[in-house]
Structures are given as C-alpha cells and as structure tokens.
Design a protein around this ligand. Sequence first.
Ligand SMILES: [Zn+2]
Length: 267
Amino acid sequence: MFEEINDFETGFKKLLDDVLEFDIQNPLKDVKKVLCIEPHPDDCAIGMGGTIKRLTERGVKVIYLCMTDGYMGTTDETITGHELAQIRRKEEEESAKILGVKKIYWLNYRDTELPYTREVRKDIVRIIRKEKPDGVFLPDPWLPYEAHPDHRTTGFLALDAVAFSSLPNFSNIDLDMGLKPHLVSFVALYYTHKPNYFVDITDLMDLKLKAIRVHRSQFPEDIWEIWEPFLRTVALYYGQKAGVKYAEGFRIMPGLFYHITPFAELI
Ligand SMILES: [Zn+2]
C-alpha cells in the first residue's frame, strides 16, 4: 500500500533506503563483477588503481574496456603512433596484472579522435551484455575544465550504454547473437570533483604508483618527477575528505539518479 509522504527529506531517504535499497555507505559490498571503462590505456590505474586492487583481492572480477589505442601519447618524435600503440598495449597488460585484472577489451579507436557516435555506443552495450557487470566505472564527463575530448566522450558514451543495455530493441543484433539485455545496477564515476564515496588506499598507494609507472612510455623520469607528487596530491585531496591519508573518490549513483532527476547531486 502506497503511503503518501509530505516532505522531500523523508521521501528522499525512503526512496534510497526502501525503494532502491541503495546503501551509499557501502555500495560495493555485494558486487561480483565490474566493468571499468577508460579512454586510454592508463586511466583505470590512475583513476582507481587502489580500488581495483582492493576489489580483485576480494575476488571481484574487474574487467577493463579501453576505448582508444594510445597512439598520440608521446612527445618523442622518433616513435611512430603504431609503435607506441603496441608498446602501450603491453604496458597496460603488465599494469592490469599488478592490480589483479585478467581481462581487457580494446576498442582501438584512434587516440584523441574517439567519436561520439551510435556505433561506439553499441560497441560498449555489446560488452556490457557479454560481461553482465553489476556496476560500471567511467570517467566523470562533467569534471570541470577537463580538456581531453576522449575523457569527456568516454564518460558520455559509457553512460549512454549503461542506460540502453537493458533495452532489447536497442542494437538487437546482439540478441540475434545470443546475448541478453542487461541492467547495470549502478554507475561509479572516477576522476570526479563530486565524490560521494571513498576507498581508503593508504596501504595501497605504493602499489598503485607501481601500476601506473609501468606505463613507461608515459612516465619517463622527467615526467614522473611531476606526476608522482601530482598523483599523491590527488590521493591526499580525496583522503582529506574521507578522513584518511590516501583515498580514491567516486560518484556512485543507482539507475534512477542519472536520468531526469533534479536531485541527483544530493546523493
Ligand atoms: Zn586518458
């Protein structure tokens, strides 16, 4: 029997606790498998390497989906984009291994040119339907001042794919191939300035840095001298909000909250 509620605070709390049964204190408690979508072959490690290790240690299956080939990521004029893409693929495999990730999907769109199209959206939907993750991690496309179009585009495409993967008439060629529609129960945005959930990575910070540093083509000594303090400062920023030393921050939202919801920012 529907019980009418007369104020927003009570309604909001009831919606989360009783209707959606979404526990924002511990949203990753019951997950068995997650899909982590990254624009380039080092973004999962940079954005959430500690959390990935924490999850795989617990037996959660973490799967990467890398959108581009990393073709542009160098200032070295002696290396071709094709060579770099090959190197970066190997580096990502090595980094994933350190974090306990065993499977990586590559969509191989050209670095810096990831198109916002129906085709790419369908590529992601197909992988969601194949893997049936409980949750999908993606870069926050609303991060203020984010200048890299692949990052913004990946975030939007990933959200689109999560929204449509449960609809049988969307890209129904997947169903002809034997796949089933799949409903993802939450999205988690990394590289976010509006985190609502934190993972304490104090004891994993060194391992996270190691998993990033094996992207040797991206972090030669002179660049690492800038990046290590930067990465530590980002972890301190989230850590301060979480009341620990080093943390990773996420914006985690259940389904209803990323479509037509005026109070999505309150969760
Ligand atoms: Zn990137």
